[in-house]
Design a protein around this ligand. Structure first.
Ligand code: PMP
Length: 305
């Protein structure tokens, strides 16, 4: 089944959406992107896009930081995304990638005096980490400070940092990297936020620990509070706390809720999926597929019934 893209203000087959090699952002990473999931519900024969508006709100914030103008307002961007995803017609989980970029055919490092453009593409995409339980290692690559490259926005250029960490982790025999903030506290995975469970309490790094403010992170915090009665403590986490945590898991649009079994060759808890992680994973899986009526407002159906 062919994929489609929204490119040059129209929907076209993905392979026809092509950029010239002079396009400014290709050279400097001056673009902002999103990663959104459409989750297939087999019983209902429906795809639900999860927290669509929140993803575009974060994209718009990134565009403000980089001075990139979006061509449409957030409601219209959501409408285009639904139309494009429906046109693709996939009956499986999909990944939606909007990207706003400096589009001038011009070289020169800057953010001013440039034209901007925007595309969306949709591809089928199953599990991201592709393991039931991840083996992680603390990376030798740190997250940047906000005054180096803002980690709170999904700017394309910053992902060099994430890619270095991810490949180091894989080449060292792990599934994912855990990156530290410049001051040596726990920050996040290369494409996920991180949570620990200690003595029945949920802990996650705070905004000030150089993290991307994940939409899955926000979802899990709300589900833990409302469904399990567990509040989350947002605070600086020391590296050694990773080794003594009862449970640990990663959260992300691509990775969902992924339990961590091992960190730096030390088992987390007994090395199995912990009880709080398991409950959150189960609730989250239902919520994103539109099977939990209380949270259906987070799910945008793609296909007209
Ligand atoms: N941190 C980084 C660096 C990421 O790339 C992602 C994926 N967008 C996340 C955290 C998780 O964010 P979200 O839950 O919004 O996908």
């Amino acid at each position: 089944m062919p994929s489609y893209a929204y490119f040059n203000k129209k929907i076209m087959p993905l392979e026809e959406a092509k950029l010239g090699i002079m396009t400014h952002f290709l050279h400097y990473g001056t673009a902002v992107f999103e990663g959104i999931r459409g989750n297939w519900n087999e019983k209902q024969k429906q795809t639900y896009i999860f927290r669509l508006k929140e993803h575009y709100e974060r994209l718009a914030q990134g565009c403000r930081v980089l001075n990139i103008k979006l061509p449409l307002d957030i409601d219209k961007l959501c409408e285009k995304t639904i139309e494009l995803t429906a046109k693709c017609g996939f009956q499986e989980d999909v990944y939606i990638r909007p990207l706003a970029y400096t589009s001038s055919k011009a070289l020169g490092v800057r953010l001013h005096d440039l034209e901007h453009d925007f595309f969306i593409l949709v591809i089928p995409w199953g599990p991201y980490l592709d393991v039931d339980k991840a083996r992680c290692c603390v990376s030798s690559w740190h997250r940047p400070e906000d005054n180096v490259i803002p980690p709170q926005i999904k700017a394309c250029g910053i992902y060099i940092n994430n890619a270095l960490a991810k490949t180091e982790a894989i080449q060292n025999g792990c599934d994912e990297a855990i990156m530290l903030s410049p001051d040596g506290h726990i920050s996040e995975g290369s494409g996920e936020n991180i949570f620990l469970v200690r003595d029945g309490e949920l802990i996650t790094p705070a905004t000030t620990n150089n993290i991307l403010m994940g939409i899955t992170r926000n979802t899990v915090i709300e589900l833990a509070e409302k469904e399990l009665g567990i509040p989350t403590n947002h605070r600086a986490i020391d590296r050694s706390e990773l080794y003594i945590a009862d449970e640990c898991f990663l959260t992300g649009t691509a990775a969902h809720v992924t339990p961590v079994a091992e960190i730096d060759r030390r088992k987390v808890g007994n090395g199995e999926i912990g009880p709080i992680t398991a409950k959150l994973q189960e609730i989250y899986a239902k919520v994103i597929r539109g099977e939990y009526p209380k949270y259906i407002h987070w799910c945008t159906p793609v296909y007209n019934k």
